[in-house]
Design a protein around this ligand. Structure first.
Ligand SMILES: Nc1ncnc2c1ncn2[C@@H]1O[C@H](COP(=O)(O)OP(=O)(O)OP(=O)(O)O)[C@@H](O)[C@H]1O
Ligand SMILES: Nc1ncnc2c1ncn2[C@@H]1O[C@H](COP(=O)(O)OP(=O)(O)OP(=O)(O)O)[C@@H](O)[C@H]1O
Ligand SMILES: [Mg+2]
Ligand SMILES: [Mg+2]
Lengths: 268, 268
């Protein structure tokens, strides 16, 4: 069965979309059939992979509000035969209002994924910068959560709230969800701030190692993603970093991260 | 009467909070009584100015959902006699649901500001990274909009949607709103990407110069805010950049920006 991974952080601009685009690309590139899903009305993952929002007849908006299935909503990404994308469009912003009087509004996505015979090994969901209905749908459907984190004070501050939300989801609609890992993004090597924040993070996780909290087993990936302007250039060309500049520091970092990801999750 | 300025960009992590904290601090520091308001449940502006979210009896959540007035919700910021803060707390995230069946839910903030005899020259509102009810309340109450923009492709892409939302607000609840300016944040000097994005931005604005669109007069501030790690360190100390490291590039940039802001808005 597909392993569903929600990539979440309500703090804005910490590298969620960049991580789903590049990690997803490389996991597929190593032969693991992978689908990435855009669940942010900004449609940045869709753009990042070179697809025009609103053009595909089916997408994640349809997945939530109509009978469209995940397989129907997925399109194969040019240049990577093991990669699929469920794109989105700006209309997704209306889903929250349109579903507001549905009792099961938090479970729409879970119903479209759980128990379905989907042709992918991994399904990775890019979420918007909020803890709204769209993000709760991703948490309801996910087996695991990956948290991209910029090693800054404001970004670390919100982590507690995010983890509490995941705990609530575990006590409610999704009793098996767990936090698989934290990915340090936009890392500025040599800054005191990054070192302090990372130390704080390890101390925080250490304190809950032997608990049954959803983040008790969370791993801070050893490979950090360094700040690298090429990672900000490639979305403008509709390409992953591996297509745009395979020898850049950004490509090296995401390639090494992919190796650590597959060690953690295993391959088939 | 107070001049109300909404600082908005639904793209996450582009420098909204950092700009309200530091620009607000310096405008007040030059003698113009200023209030900054935290309208993001993350409460990052509140933290940035050294205040604990949820401690103050009145805040922006109360302002929206109770009879609390703006003056009651404001507290004076230690160390800057002309600066006030309307803090917030995480409960603000619930305001959207709590107000969902109020006909006038978009006008709550406007009613608390318009026509009130407030003791400030400027009121500057920090918004969350979305175009939800909280942001629409800020747009409903604002005379002007300032748009912090990181010169990256993904950040520029969302500008069109933001401007269209402002146009809708102008055609509906706030007929005089205008876009006063765009502030380039986290600017990485010497990168091709920044130069390209800035060129695109100028071209886009040039095309609507003689129209009656809300952004026809929008100015791209000549002073950019360069990427500078001190700006990411100071929130962790609950200080503006001017308290934390007044000689840093970050303090120089925000100081020069303040001069250009007051040229545009005038002083009293
Ligand atoms: N390691 C990096 N080095 C340099 N730039 C980066 C890096 N990772 C991401 N970026 C750029 O920084 C910006 C923010 O990244 P991204 O959009 O992936 O974050 P996000 O968390 O998805 O944002 P949002 O909260 O708006 O969804 C983008 O312009 C992206 O191109
Ligand atoms: N010029 C700069 N140089 C370096 N770091 C910066 C700069 N401006 C802001 N930062 C840091 O970058 C991160 C994002 O900035 P900030 O939180 O102000 O953006 P935002 O738009 O308010 O984000 P959100 O969308 O989550 O509200 C923060 O950690 C902040 O400390
Ligand atoms: Mg994103
Ligand atoms: Mg902010």
């Amino acid at each position: 069965p597909v392993r569903t991974i929600a990539v979440i952080n309500q703090k804005g601009g910490v590298g969620k979309t960049t991580t789903v685009a590049n990690l997803g690309w490389q996991i597929a590139g190593l032969g693991q059939p992978t689908c990435v899903m855009d669940l942010d009305p900004q449609s940045h993952l869709t753009l990042h992979l070179g697809v025009e929002p609103g053009v595909n007849p089916h997408d994640s908006y349809e997945l939530l509000v109509t009978e469209t299935t995940a397989s129907q909503a997925a399109l194969q990404v040019a240049g990577n035969e093991n990669l699929w994308l469920i794109p989105t469009r700006i209309d997704l912003a209306a889903a929250e209002t349109e579903l507001s009087d549905h009792e099961d509004r938090h479970l729409k996505l879970r119903r479209k994924i759980a128990g379905q015979n989907l042709p992918w090994r991994f399904l990775m969901i890019d979420c918007p910068p909020s803890l709204s209905l769209l993000t709760l749908n991703a948490l309801g459907a996910a087996d695991d959560v990956l948290i991209p984190l910029q090693p800054h004070f404001l970004a670390l501050h919100g982590l507690g709230k995010l983890l509490n939300t995941i705990l609530m989801v575990r006590q409610g609609i999704n009793p098996t969800i767990r936090v698989a890992g934290i990915i340090l993004c936009m890392y500025e090597t040599g800054t005191k701030l990054a070192a302090e924040v990372v130390a704080d993070l390890h101390e925080f996780l250490q304190a809950s190692r032997n608990s049954d909290l959803p983040w008790a087993q969370a791993k801070v990936f050893g490979q950090v993603i360094r700040r690298n302007i090429k990672l900000a250039e490639c979305p403008g060309h509709g390409q992953s970093i591996f297509q745009y500049d395979p020898h850049s520091a950004g490509a090296q970092d995401y390639s090494a991260l992919t190796g650590q990801f597959l060690e953690l999750f295993g391959t088939e």
